[in-house]
Design a protein around this ligand. Sequence first.
Ligand SMILES: [Zn+2]
Length: 476
Amino acid sequence: MGSTIIKGGTVVNADATTRADVLVRDGRIAALGLGEDWAADEVIDAGGLLVMPGGIDAHTHLEYPVDGFTTRTADDFHDGTVAAAYGGTTTVLDFVKKEPDATLRDTYLRRRATAASKTVVDVGLHAIVPPRDQQPDVLDDLRLLVAEGARSWKFFMAYPGTQMVDDGELLEGFDLARRMGVLPLVHAENGHMVARETKRLVDGGHTAERDHATAHGHDSEAEAVHRAIVLAESIGTPLYVVHVSSAAAAEEIARARSAGAKVWGETCPQYLVVAYEDYEGLGDQAARYVCSPPIRERSNQSGLWHALRTGAMSTVATDHAGFCLHQPEDLPPQKLRSPGFFPKVPNGVPGIEDRLMVLWEAGVVGGHLDPCRFVELTSTAPAKLFGLAGQKGVVAVGADADLVVWDAHADHTITAAGSHLRTDYSIYEGMRVTGKPVHVLSRGRHVVDADGTFRGDPGDGEFLLRGESETFATTY
Ligand SMILES: [Zn+2]
């Protein structure tokens, strides 16, 4: 492998900003310094630019089956990770959902092979714990999968009858996770409340796309977050709450953390900069914005920003789950498969390429976050939470050379046409951002160049076995 010098930039880590040149050798950061007499195969001029650790998107759904395996997301592990790289994200953590006719373990190993063969950046996988009746011996599989890289397990408190686990299953799963040094993740919405509200809306003829948001109330999210924290505390396990959308739910996490609970919350750009008001008048086209939990009222956003500023919320991931508006021939029915009937709209929005640019614009330029906190939310904290501390999430000697050279003065407009996803629309269409990646390195490979060229092949990325989450350390 070759060597690269990134010269003249300002290195931004979660704890400090420093002027330094970065020497990359054999895929790792070999040295940091100023005015050193290094030689390398390539020199990247980073004068006037920032050098940050590559983004870690801890929550994506690439080529991912949804709605009882009746459809899947449009971007596969290749398209999706190419787009991630263009956006400055060099690690993605995706999910494995047990297939109906296979065990969780067999599904996991198959999906891991698929991901590894296609990805252009590093990839890891969280295992989703199915309800016990779908696989009675699933805890045995989970135990075996830890050594295969499943160092985090996701539990659904929503979707009764398909994915929801009850409180007994949560307690049992949390207990095994604690004993195995695995971080449990929860999709925290009260599934019964959402199901009842959905039925009430449908019975009353309120089936428009925007009504999806009404079905998924703030109270159902806040209740589930609160319950998950209480259950996790009773077991003594740390807990990670994915895609917190409601300020009321963020408030539950803030309260628990200030009382010493080991709980970490993730929110997503769509909840910070997009609002219900943006799609309530769009009719069927509101399907573009349908995800769970939903994109809520604009008045909800300030509570989420508050949580990011104060440390109540710890990460920003995308929950990228992209579907096309126009139906491609090679994919099962996509976003508009059931116009006017929200319960059948595939849930999810694209965003894997936009995350850093949107959060920089709204968060850093917008005055909520400084560049160090930006790096912490998008890279350093996910590395610590998901067993990658030291290896990723930091510009330091010995770490993987996953690096983003960032132009904080670039003028860029986000459009679907300019993106590298298969998904054919953007919920950020037309958003002007100041700041974007110029060069991106993945393990020292210069995958995105200043002229926009992509250099990389399917399978260049590595599958991450990951270590134990820092949340098991008493100090984190
Ligand atoms: Zn998700």
